[in-house]
Write a protein of this length. Sequence first.
Length: 518
Amino acid sequence: MLKRKEFILGAAVGLTFAAVATAGGVIDWPGANAQEVSGRLVPSAGASALAFAPPQGAPLSFADIFDQVSPAVVQIDVETRVERPRGRMIPIPGFPPGFGFQAPQPEAGEEEEAPTAQGAGSGFFISANGFIVTNNHVVANATKITVKLSDGRELEARLVGRDADTDLAVIKVEGSDFKFVSFEETAEPRVGDWVIAVGNPFGLGGTATAGIVSARAREIGDSSTPYTDYLQIDAAINRGNSGGPTFDIYGRVIGVNSAIFSPTGGSVGIGFAIPASIAKSVTDRLMSGRAIERGYLGATISTITDEERDAYGFAPDFEAAYIVDVTAGAPAARAGLQIGDIVTSLNGRKITSSTELTRAVGQAAPGDNLRLEIIREGRQQVINVRSGTRPADIQAAQNGGNPDEPESAPDRPAAAAGEVVEGLTVAPVTEALRTRYSLPETVNGLVITAAAQGSRAARIGFEPGMVIVLADQRPVRTAADLRAAVARVKETGRDGIVLLIRTASGNRPVVLPLATTE
């Protein structure tokens, strides 16, 4: 699992000692060459007399780098207000649900104050006049931000701006002549290059760890940061390192530490940093007070899976993004983009996944023309969309501002019997079925009222109340439409059909294996 490291709660350090012995004597370690004297192995540093000499290409020490850059790295302490939960148990930030402490009971006549929680992270100066870069998740919702400098000073900071989509934020302290560092904008770090991370792990300020760049352009499966390809590093980063810098051996900032992959919550040598190329452009805008604006399509998308690709009959190397849903009134809907469309390119840029499409749209400026090459019902088409501005609350925009649908409705009528197609009992959407399954007026298609016990459809997870919106990219309104789509797919020799299914949690494509005719 991925763990964010914005809160500091303590750490334990263990030291392990080991003695090594052989049957013939004791080995004194370290040593490069050894001479045997009366059965005892005596280490020798060798002709060059360079004990502990590093391998070729490695720095003799990171001490000079640390001395150079550490004055620019700061510890960030934050206070946030937390809702008083039921049972009056106040959670401790960074701990799993259920951990916390009992809130004190207010005296009679006293007003109850909202409880506060404390957390911490890291940051670094990027200007002499007090601008500091950190992670958005370190300072989000903070009511008080305190910065501790390497010389022991503590200064109160204010939030300048933040960008949740890249997990970056800029804060500022008053003053001048602060030591600062710069992002490396020209040289790209390579896999295997040395790095040093400086920060505040577990509250242990001024800590340096070293390692190498383990990988580049990593996607970490975090939907909250769709515009970031991460650097993977093996320099140890832990809770409290969030927002701290990753340096190269020249003391240049090549990344902002943001996340770790860990089954335990502690470092296992897999850390992720936001690359300088992304951090520089975002923080420059935040420092100048400009909003972070990104292009906006207004569509929910997914990546074509291998199973879906085979069901459509595409080539084995085919890659694309799939339009799962279109937001009413958004640019995509106004331009005629439809659910079920398969996007293969945007402005000539090949689209291989939902992430690729999200980033391509995000890189466009509001008002730009987005030329989408799509496949609809087996035919290639071009859709031109004028980009909108990505809303700050993307989830609310996708929901159209409507309240959540009720989980149940009273006095539901009995389900229609429907007709059976490939193990699914389906019926056209009627007012009775809308009431029974709480379907909005905008939803049309075939309602699934049952899945035959033991059938492939039942094993996949089809449930009553789901709605088949598309079958093989074509709208279906009747059982005859679905049968025709199934027959068409079977005629091509394909053994599965892609259905776009409307569920209570949103649309999703599902491949239904088809029964074979003997």
